[in-house]
Design a protein around this ligand. Structure first.
Ligand SMILES: [Zn+2]
Length: 301
C-alpha cells in the first residue's frame, strides 16, 4: 500500500468506495458537466469525456488507482540514466528561460517551488541557474533522498506546508495533474501561495493530440500502470478552463511530439518507420497545438 501522504495525494478527503465503481462522475476541471462514454476502451473501462471541455477521465476504481500509485514511493523510482539527466537539463533550461521572461525578474529574485518534485531534479537545475528553488514531494522515501542530495525539499502535500499567502514568484506542477481526481483544490492552493502575477507552469499529456488520433487507447499515457495512476487527461481547452476557474490567465500553451506506435506494439521495422513519421510531424504538431506533450504557463490574476 502507498504511504499515508500518497493516500492523501488527491488534496481532498477520499471516500472509501466499497463497490469498486469509477469514482469521478462529473467533469473535475470546473465545468461540472456529466461525463459521456467514448470509444477509447481501456482495461478499466471506456474513458469518459466532458462534452464541454473534452477532459477525459479514467473509469478506474479507487482501489486500482491506489494499487498503481504505490510505484511512486519505491526506492528505485525515477533514477534516470546520465543521458536522460542531460535531456532533462536541457528541457529545464528552456522552461526556466521562459519563466524568467514571463516574471521579468532575475533568478536571484525569483522564489520557485516544484510541487510533486520527486527526487528534486528540477529544483537542482533551478538552483544551479541561480533561482531560489525548493520542492515538496508526498512520497517519503523519495523526498528523503532529495534532501540527502542537499536539496531544499519538504515531505508531504503542498497544503500541509501552510506557506503564507503570496510566498512564491513561480510554481511548477510537472506531470502531477493527470494523477488527481480533483485538480481544482490544488490549483487554488497554488493561486494562494503565488504572488499576484506569479507564474504557474503545468506539464501534462495532451488528450487532443494527433497521437491520440492515431493511436487511440493504445497511447501508453492512458495506461494506468505506466507511470502510476494516470486518471485525468487534459487538452488545451480543459487547461484553459481550469486556469480560468482557478484564478489564472493563460500566458501560453505549447505542445510537441507525435507518435504512431509504442515500442513493442509492432515489428521493429514498422516501429522505425512510425518513429521517423512521428519526427517529421513533430514540427507541424507543435504548430497546430496537436503534440502529445503539453506545457502551460499560467499567470495568477
Ligand atoms: Zn469539462
Amino acid at each position: 500500500m502507498p504511504c499515508a501522504a500518497l493516500r492523501n495525494f488527491h488534496n481532498n478527503a477520499m471516500n472509501e468506495n466499497p463497490n469498486n465503481t469509477p469514482y469521478v462522475t462529473a467533469c473535475p476541471v470546473g465545468c461540472g458537466e456529466a461525463l459521456l462514454a467514448t470509444n477509447l476502451h481501456l482495461p478499466e473501462g471506456p474513458l469518459r469525456r466532458c462534452a464541454r471541455c473534452g477532459q477525459l477521465i479514467s473509469a478506474a476504481s479507487e482501489s486500482r488507482y491506489w494499487e498503481t500509485m504505490a510505484s511512486f514511493n519505491a526506492s528505485g523510482f525515477n533514477q534516470p540514466t546520465p543521458k536522460e539527466v542531460e535531456r532533462r537539463r536541457k528541457v529545464a533550461a528552456r522552461r526556466l528561460k521562459t519563466l524568467a521572461r514571463l516574471t521579468g525578474k532575475s533568478p536571484a529574485d525569483t522564489r520557485l517551488i516544484d510541487i510533486g518534485c520527486s527526487r528534486g531534479q528540477f529544483v537542482d537545475f533551478a538552483a544551479q541557474a541561480g533561482f531560489i528553488a525548493e520542492g515538496v514531494e508526498p512520497a517519503q522515501q523519495i523526498a528523503a533522498a532529495a534532501r540527502e542530495a542537499g536539496l531544499n525539499v519538504r515531505t508531504g502535500l503542498l497544503e500541509e506546508q501552510h506557506y503564507p499567502d503570496a510566498s512564491f514568484d513561480a510554481a511548477a506542477l510537472f506531470e502531477v495533474v493527470e494523477h488527481l481526481r480533483e485538480p481544482l483544490p490544488l490549483l487554488r492552493e497554488c493561486h494562494r501561495i503565488l504572488k499576484p502575477r506569479g507564474i504557474l507552469i503545468i506539464s501534462t499529456g495532451n488528450a487532443a493530440s494527433w497521437t491520440v488520433g492515431a493511436m487511440g487507447a493504445r497511447w501508453d499515457y492512458f495506461h494506468i500502470e505506466k507511470d502510476g495512476g494516470h486518471i485525468s487527461f487534459f487538452n488545451p481547452r480543459s487547461i484553459t478552463t481550469i486556469a480560468t476557474v482557478g484564478g489564472f490567465s493563460v500566458e501560453r500553451i505549447e505542445t510537441s511530439r507525435m507518435k504512431f506506435h509504442e515500442k513493442g506494439d509492432v515489428s521493429p521495422p514498422l516501429y522505425s518507420i512510425g518513429k521517423i513519421g512521428g519526427e517529421l510531424l513533430n514540427l507541424p504538431a507543435r504548430l497546430a497545438g496537436r503534440g502529445h506533450d503539453m506545457l502551460a504557463y499560467l499567470r495568477r490574476r
